[in-house]
Design a protein around this ligand. Structure first.
Ligand code: UDP
Ligand code: MG
Length: 317
């Protein structure tokens, strides 16, 4: 019997966990031909999430859990889980039931057809302040896609099924500032897209706000592509070229009898503009230098307080 791990990152989800257990249990009952493991990653929850999971694991031997030493964020919680997957396949699913577990059956059937990465794409995005967030994210992905040759999947989250070989590939990515979505694209393999309607969050609060989203966006770009550095170079080049032509023009102009007038305001404009461009370029370089600084420290990605393995068998491969 093939084994499948459902990886659930959990951060303050006490209000949805009981429902989640029920839905997952129902789902596995309807999917009898596989052995399932539920791998919960408690990402430093400050509510009762962890004790609820630990309690449930006494009743249900399919449950494994990892208790991280503090809150590391979803990206790190996911790699902590991925490092501990022993099964033939892995499904990453949010705790808040925004990703319907029933869809996993469709994922499995494509997996059996030979696909390595079956990811769910949202038909609609029922976000709370929809319009503006949606537009921003559309723009963001368009820009990100322009900066790279690797195809990026839009309207796709982390809800996906990954074959063993994708899991092993993902385990090799040890960067600490992770953009998991981009890594999924990077690894390649045979991908299959399926569509679904994303449900609203069952209960509790989303952990995202504009500040966090902005940070994620900047991290996403700087960890994925060096295109902004290239842009700074090109922009600098264009401006110097224009300035050069301008200087020639200024030098030649008196020869034809046109007097060079006082130009305080135009001078200020140019200086301020160039100053801005320089600061921006410095900032971009700084972003990357900072990234190098963090990565060279080579810290562990996460620390585990407790790991409990359910009774899933290690895969044969
Ligand atoms: N999550 C996590 N660590 C965090 C923030 C979130 O493990 O620091 C988990 C959270 O419990 C949920 C999933 O990541 O299972 C998605 O979080 P959320 O629902 O807040 O994001 P959204 O669906 O609004 O994008
Ligand atoms: Mg959610």
């Amino acid at each position: 019997m093939k084994t499948i791990t459902l990886l659930v990152p959990v951060y303050n989800e006490e209000s949805v966990l009981p429902q989640l257990f029920k839905r997952l249990d129902e789902f596995t009952k309807n999917t009898p031909n596989y052995q399932f493991e539920f791998l919960f990653i408690n990402d430093g929850s400050t509510d009762k999430s962890f004790s609820i999971i630990a309690e449930q694991s006494k009743k249900d031997s399919r449950i494994s859990y990892i208790n991280l030493s503090r809150n590391f964020g979803k990206e790190i919680a996911m790699i902590a889980g991925i490092d501990h997957v022993k099964s033939d396949a892995l499904v990453i699913i949010d705790a808040d039931l925004q990703d319907p577990p029933e869809l996993i059956q469709e994922m499995i059937s494509y997996w059996e057809d030979g696909y390595d990465d079956v990811y769910a794409r949202r038909n609609n995005r029922q976000r709370r302040n929809l319009a503006s967030k949606k537009k921003t994210s559309q723009w963001y992905y368009r820009i990100l896609q322009k900066s790279t040759n690797i195809p990026i999947q839009v309207d796709t989250g982390d809800f996906r099924l990954l074959d063993r070989r994708c899991i092993e590939a993902l385990q090799k990515f040890r960067e600490s500032q992770r953009n998991t979505k981009a890594i999924f694209s990077w690894i390649g393999y045979k991908k299959k897209e399926i569509f679904y309607n994303r449900d609203p969050r069952l209960a509790g609060q989303t952990k995202w706000n504009y500040r966090k989203l902005l940070n994620l966006a900047i991290d996403g770009i700087t960890s994925f592509t060096t295109a902004p550095l290239r842009m700074a170079t090109i922009f600098g080049f264009i401006i110097s070229f224009i300035a050069f032509v301008w200087i020639i023009y200024l030098l030649v102009r008196p020869l034809f009898g046109v007097s060079t007038g006082a130009g305080y305001s135009s001078l200020m404009a140019v200086i301020l503009f160039l100053g801005g461009v320089q600061l921006l370029s410095l900032g971009i370089i700084g972003e990357y230098v900072g990234r190098i600084f963090i990565e060279t420290k080579n810290r562990p990605l996460y620390l585990i307080e407790e790991y409990h393995a359910g009774n899933i068998k290690k895969t044969r491969r």
